[in-house]
Design a protein around this ligand. Structure first.
Ligand SMILES: *Cc1c(COP(=O)(O)O)cnc(C)c1O
Length: 393
C-alpha cells in the first residue's frame, strides 16, 4: 500500500537515537531542553515546552490560559478531535466556527459574525483554537485583531504546519497568538514517535505548562511556597532547603517526553526546510497533473507557504466520493478522509450538535479524499497515484 502519509527516518536519525539510549539519561535528561531550544529558535519563539503528544500540549495550553468550567473554547469542525477535546478536559464547553470553502481553514467572516452574536448573548469564547489545516496557516492577523476586540486568547493548532510560513513569518513564532502547538506523530511533518510541543513568547505561560507537564511539581527553590512547618526543613535564616525537597503545588500530569524521542526530534528538525520543499514540489506535481480533472484542488492563499501535511482533493458530487475512495484503496493507495466533522461525532452530538450547523465543513467532508504526500514519496509512486486518480474518476 502507498500510505497517505509516513515518516522519514534516516541513518543519522537512528544514530542519534542510539546515542541517546547509550547516554546517562533516557528521560528527563539534557535532550529535552535542547530539542525545545532548537525548535523555539528555529521558529522564533521565546519558549517551548516539549511533551508526549500534541493532545497533551493542547491540554497544557488550555490549563495555562486558565480555561475551566463555565468557559467556552471555539475551534473549527474540520480538524482532528483533539483540537476540541482539550476544552472538555478542562470542563469547558466547545463550540465551532464553519470553514472557508477555498482554504478549508476557519472562516474569519463566520468567526466575526459569531463573535458579534456571542457578545450580545454574553457567550464569548475564552480561547479560540485556530487550526492550520493541511499545513496552510489561518488568517492570523485578522484573528489577532478579533481577539483584541473580543478579548479571547489564541492557541494555534499547528499539528499540520511545522515549517509553514505566513508572509515570511514561521508558524510557531506566536507572533499573532498566545501559544502554538506542534504534533510529532509519525504522519505529521516531523516525528518523535509520539510527541508534541507548545511554543509561546510568554515566560509565565511556559512556566505554567512546564509545571503541569510534570505533576505540578517544582524543584526550583525560587518557586517554593510552603512554610518550613509543612514538611520542609527550609529555614528562616535563608538557608536553601535540602536537595531532596520538592513541592507539588498544583494537580499536574505526567505529559513528559523522553530524551530518546527528543534525540529523534532534534535530528528530524534539521531536515524541516528540505521536507517542506519536497512536500511543496509533490503538491505542485499534483496541481498540474490534476488541473483538468474536475476535482477541486488545494488553494493556497497569497502570502502563505503551506507545509502540505495533507494533499486533499474534492470530488464534485458527494455521492461519488466513496466509490472513488474505494477504487483507489483497491489499487493499493491508502487514501483517507480528513476530516469527519468533529461536531458530528457521537460524543459531540450528545452535547447538542447536529447536521446542518456548519454546512461548509459538512459539504467539504462529504467530498474530500486525501492523496499520498510525504517526504519519501517516490516520483513513480506519485505517477501511479495520478494515473489511478484519473482512472478512478
Ligand atoms: C494529529 C493532530 C493532533 C493530535 O496530535 P497527537 O500528537 O497525536 O496528540 C491535534 N490536532 C490536529 C489538527 C492533528 O492533526
Amino acid at each position: 500500500m502507498i500510505p497517505y502519509g509516513r515518516q522519514q527516518i534516516t541513518d543519522e536519525d537512528i544514530e542519534a537515537v542510539v546515542a541517546a539510549l547509550q547516554s546517562d539519561f533516557i528521560t528527563q535528561g539534557p535532550l529535552v531542553g535542547r530539542f525545545e531550544e532548537v525548535v523555539s529558535k528555529g521558529c522564533g519563539a521565546r519558549d517551548a515546552v516539549a511533551c508526549n503528544s500534541a493532545t497533551s500540549a493542547l491540554h497544557l495550553a488550555c490549563l495555562a490560559l486558565g480555561l475551566g468550567p463555565g468557559d467556552r473554547l471555539w475551534t473549527t469542525p474540520n480538524t482532528f478531535v483533539a483540537s476540541a477535546n482539550c476544552a472538555r478536559y478542562c470542563g469547558a464547553e466547545v463550540d465551532f466556527v464553519d470553514i472557508d470553502s477555498e482554504t478549508w481553514n476557519i472562516s474569519v467572516g463566520s468567526l466575526e459574525e459569531k463573535l458579534v452574536a456571542a457578545e450580545r448573548t454574553g457567550k464569548l469564547p475564552k480561547i479560540l483554537v485556530a487550526v492550520h489545516f493541511a499545513g496552510q496557516p489561518t488568517e492570523q492577523e485578522t484573528i489577532r485583531s478579533l481577539a483584541d476586540r473580543y478579548g479571547f486568547r489564541i492557541i494555534e493548532d499547528a499539528s499540520h504546519a511545522a515549517g509553514a510560513r505566513r508572509n515570511g513569518e514561521p508558524v510557531g513564532s506566536c507572533r499573532w497568538s498566545d501559544i502554538t502547538v506542534f504534533s510529532f506523530h509519525p504522519v505529521k511533518i516531523l516525528t518523535t514517535g509520539e510527541g508534541g510541543m507548545a511554543l509561546t513568547n510568554s515566560g509565565e505561560l511556559a512556566a505554567r505548562m512546564r509545571l503541569l507537564r510534570s505533576h505540578g511539581i517544582t524543584r526550583d527553590s525560587a518557586q517554593f511556597v510552603a512554610l518550613p512547618s509543612s514538611g520542609a526543613s527550609a529555614d528562616e535564616a535563608g538557608k536553601s532547603p535540602p536537595a531532596y525537597y520538592y513541592e507539588m503545588q498544583e494537580l499536574g500530569f505526567n505529559y513528559r517526553i523522553t530524551d530518546i524521542q527528543c534525540a529523534l526530534g532534534i535530528s528530524q528538525f534539521k531536515r524541516l526546510g528540505q521536507n517542506i520543499e519536497i512536500r511543496n514540489s509533490i503538491a505542485l506535481r499534483y496541481d498540474s497533473a490534476l488541473r483538468d480533472t474536475g476535482l477541486q484542488l488545494p488553494f493556497v492563499a497569497d502570502g502563505n507557504r503551506s507545509a502540505f501535511h495533507l494533499y486533499v482533493v474534492l470530488v464534485s458530487n458527494p455521492a461519488s466520493r466513496d466509490a472513488f475512495y474505494d477504487r483507489l484503496r483497491h489499487v493499493g493507495i491508502a487514501v483517507n478522509v480528513h476530516y469527519l466533522p468533529v461536531h458530528l461525532q457521537p460524543y459531540y452530538r450528545k452535547q447538542g450538535f447536529s447536521e446542518g450547523q456548519f454546512p461548509n465543513a459538512e459539504s467539504y467532508s462529504l467530498r474530500s479524499v486525501t492523496l499520498p504526500i510525504y517526504a519519501t514519496l517516490a516520483e513513480r509512486d506519485q505517477e501511479f497515484v495520478i494515473e489511478s486518480v484519473k482512472a478512478a474518476l
